[in-house]
Write a protein that binds this ligand. Structure first.
Ligand SMILES: [Zn+2]
Length: 171
């Protein structure tokens, strides 16, 4: 099932998502399958559950855009445990369509998370994957990438979104 993507302005995107404590259930498997499907339909490389209106600490990532199944990553209750180096490039978000900004992130990032069965694992990613780990973990903490740009740029984006909303072009 493809869920519509929740857009900026919905409070679910700025709410700390709830810890997952039940694993390996048919519901959880189905939700994760639906999250991948929704992410591919929206042409994203990462999707956090709050972006489909579900305030739980679950995110899916696939930097290959569905090309390589072994690159499908599920992180549940993730924590960033190590950040090394830095990288700066354009970042966007499915919940803030039409906008992209330069964001500085760690270059090499290690995440600790649970898999669908509840087993803990650690994974280190570089470049785009490192960016995705940070972007998606932020989502689960109720934070968006625009919190990493200057106040000036952030206000400009918010103003443009308010205009779009007034025109009925943001929902
Ligand atoms: Zn996002």
């Amino acid at each position: 099932m493809i869920y519509p993507i929740v857009k900026y302005g919905d409070p679910v995107l700025e709410t700390q998502a709830a810890t997952v404590d039940t694993f390996d259930t048919p519901d959880l498997h189905k939700l994760i399958e639906d999250m991948f499907e929704s992410m591919y339909a929206a042409r994203g490389v990462g999707l956090a559950a709050p972006q489909i209106g579900i305030s739980k600490r679950i995110a899916v990532i696939d930097c290959s855009n569905g090309e390589r199944p072994q690159e499908k990553i599920v992180i549940i209750n993730p924590e960033i445990i190590k950040v090394e180096g830095g990288q700066s490039s354009e970042e966007g978000c499915l919940s803030i369509p039409g906008f992209r900004e330069n964001v500085t992130r760690g270059k090499r990032v290690t995440v600790r998370a649970q898999d669908v069965k509840g087993d803990w694992f650690e994974m280190t990613g570089e470049d785009l994957l490192a960016r995705a780990f940070q972007h998606e973990t932020d989502h689960l903490n109720g934070s968006l990438y625009i919190n990493h740009v200057s106040v000036l740029k952030r206000d400009l984006i918010k103003r443009k979104i308010r205009k779009l909303a007034k025109a009925g072009e943001w929902s």
